[in-house]
Design a protein around this ligand. Structure first.
Ligand SMILES: Nc1ncnc2c1ncn2[C@@H]1O[C@H](COP(=O)(O)OP(=O)(O)O)[C@@H](O)[C@H]1O
Ligand SMILES: [Mg+2]
Length: 249
């Protein structure tokens, strides 16, 4: 990472609830995909990762969630080093992850999907479920329907709802608006803002870069597995280089 890029990252990652710092690694014995990549989010804030296809955005999310062994760097949650923890142990510590693909159980009903999200909980889940139905009323109407029969936007609501069933501190979303219409995208972003207002931190990858940076407290532009540009959403949206290279002018 260049000095300037490093300084930008240090600026926005001062008191993170979650940080993957200096992450280097790849898949199995393959070549490194991430090269000293740092991603962080502060409490109740929205951090957005953007960048070209194949830049390593999903890989960075997997590294932060423990689905990828990093050779260098560390992941800390609430100041605690969790680099060695399995994904399931990270869920128990307050992380939830909605992956880019296969993020629901299509043959199960909407409600069964939500119940699956709470599999680690031994307490009463009815209040959390009611909150999720308040957030996404359509899921209440369709709770007995197979999740696979829902529209793309509704399926993403199921996936987000399922993740929220663990009552996470940090919610990680990989392209939550993939394949949905602009109106549905705006609605989903509004719901994500609502979730952040309850104090849950959001770390999100988005291909709708411009719209996502509009709601981002912090934005990361990743290129070839490294931090290329970092700043507030507003800073990145007004940066001529970022605009020209990544936002279509
Ligand atoms: N499961 C995997 N095994 C090996 N290589 C992978 C795997 N997933 C992604 N890659 C490679 O890692 C690089 C980054 O991919 P990815 O993180 O999915 O990018 P992005 O999410 O930014 O589009 C690409 O070169 C891709 O081919
Ligand atoms: Mg991806």
């Amino acid at each position: 990472m260049s000095r300037a890029a490093e300084a930008q990252v240090a600026e926005v990652a001062q008191d993170p609830v979650l940080i993957g710092e200096g992450m280097t690694g790849g898949y199995g014995r393959g070549a490194d995909i991430l090269h000293g990549c740092t991603i962080a989010v502060e409490r109740g804030k929205i951090a957005v990762i953007v960048g070209p296809n194949g830049a390593g955005k999903s890989t960075a999310m997997k590294a932060v969630f423990g689905m990828l062994n990093i050779r260098e760097g560390s992941v800390r949650l609430g100041g605690k080093d969790i680099t060695a923890l399995s994904p399931q142990a990270r869920v128990a510590q307050g992380m939830a992850f909605v992956p880019q693909v296969r993020n629901i159980f299509p043959s199960l009903s909407v409600e069964e999907n939500l119940d699956m999200g709470a599999f680690l909980r031994r307490d009463d889940i009815s209040e959390t479920k009611a909150q999720i139905f308040d957030l996404f009323p359509i899921l209440k109407d369709k709770r007995r329907q197979a999740a696979g029969e829902l529209s793309g936007g509704q399926r993403q609501q199921v996936a987000v709802g399922r993740a929220l069933m663990t009552r996470p501190e940090v919610l990680m979303l990989d392209e939550p608006t993939a394949g949905v219409s602009p109106i549905v995208m705006d609605e989903l972003f509004d719901r994500i803002i609502e979730v952040a207002r309850t104090g849950i931190s959001i770390l999100m990858v988005e291909q709708n870069a411009r719209q996502a940076l509009e709601i981002a407290d912090v934005g990361y532009v990743l290129v070839q597995g490294a931090n290329a540009h970092t700043g507030t959403g507003a800073e990145l949206l007004s940066d001529p280089v970022v605009r020209r290279s990544f936002l279509g002018g």
